[in-house]
Ligand binder design. Structure first.
Ligand code: ADP
Length: 266
């Protein structure tokens, strides 16, 4: 059995083969000891670990494990997932929206990190909690999908009232930028959460599209657990990416890219 583990800032992602089939599991980082215990109990297996918490996990293992640099694991895993779906291109960008966001250019079979932003899945949870008191990821994304950003975000068309704007009027001029002080008590949890997701989605896609200028491709492969069961974030990222002239791709099981890469390196 081959086991690839991506131990990140928030979640531990596991990919393993059993009877020729690949299985995927995820656990909160707080359960790192339980994951180590599961690995320690396996009979016949080879393990490769990646991610920021790989050192902690390896220290809890009582068997030898390979360690892989996380950007290399992500690159390899994305390559495997895109090959499986028939979407692999020579050059593309990877935007990994994990706890934070990291952007990579893949060309000539090598990955180069172009940059990133601290706005990511951690922002989604942290800001949502501070604004509304809602704590759990599942609840945040379910409520957000019922909300509207119309009363909170300021669009370009709101500024260019009665005049043709020089850029598309539907673009957000300022996230949380409307003059809503008089109605701030009326704003619902759903509206606030939808606007947080808008902020995260527009930030990661804007930074990605700008980074694409440094890469030979305008295809942006979006991965990371922030997209799990999160159609609103996918929708914001998709429309912003297309509006700015790039092509978004969301590979199946993209949140397991690091784990798949680690497993494939064994
Ligand atoms: P990392 O490798 O840094 O842990 P991930 O790619 O796993 O990053 O993404 C972490 C983000 O995924 C969280 O910040 C959160 O927005 C989102 N997420 C998805 N599912 C969950 C969950 N069950 N619990 C907490 N966060 C989740």
């Amino acid at each position: 059995m081959d086991v690839g583990i991506d131990a990140g800032g928030t979640l531990i992602k596991v990919a393993y083969t059993q009877k020729g089939k690949v299985h995927f599991e995820k656990y909160p980082i707080a359960e790192i000891e339980q994951v180590a215990h599961w690995v320690n109990k396996l009979d016949d297996c080879q393990v490769c670990v990646t991610g920021g918490k790989s050192g902690v996990l390896i220290s809890l293992l009582d068997r030898p494990a390979q360690e892989m640099m996380e950007f290399e694991a992500t690159h390899l895993g994305v390559q495997v997932l895109l090959e499986e779906s028939g979407d692999l291109e020579d050059a593309y960008l990877i935007t990994n929206v994990g706890t934070g966001t990291s952007i990579h250019c893949i060309q000539d079979n090598a990955q180069e990190r172009l940059g990133g932003t601290g706005v990511g899945g951690g922002t989604l949870i942290g800001l949502s909690h501070l604004l509304t008191g809602v704590t759990h990821y599942d609840e945040i994304i379910a409520l957000a999908s019922q909300g509207s950003r119309d009363r909170i975000d300021l669009k370009v068309k709101h500024i260019y009232e009665g005049k043709e704007p020089p850029i598309p009027g539907e673009l957000t001029a300022s996230n949380f930028g409307q003059n809503f002080l008089a109605i701030s008590d009326e704003l619902t949890t759903e509206e606030l959460l939808a606007t947080v997701i808008g902020l995260v989605g527009e930030t990661v896609s804007t930074v990605s599209v700008q980074a694409a200028r440094q890469c030979r491709s305008s295809t942006i492969v979006y991965i990371g657990s922030s997209f799990i069961d999160n159609p609103l974030l996918k929708e914001v990222v998709t429309s912003y990416t297309i509006l700015r002239g790039s092509v978004p791709v969301f590979p199946k099981n993209g949140e397991y890219s690091g784990a798949v890469g680690a497993m494939s390196a064994i």
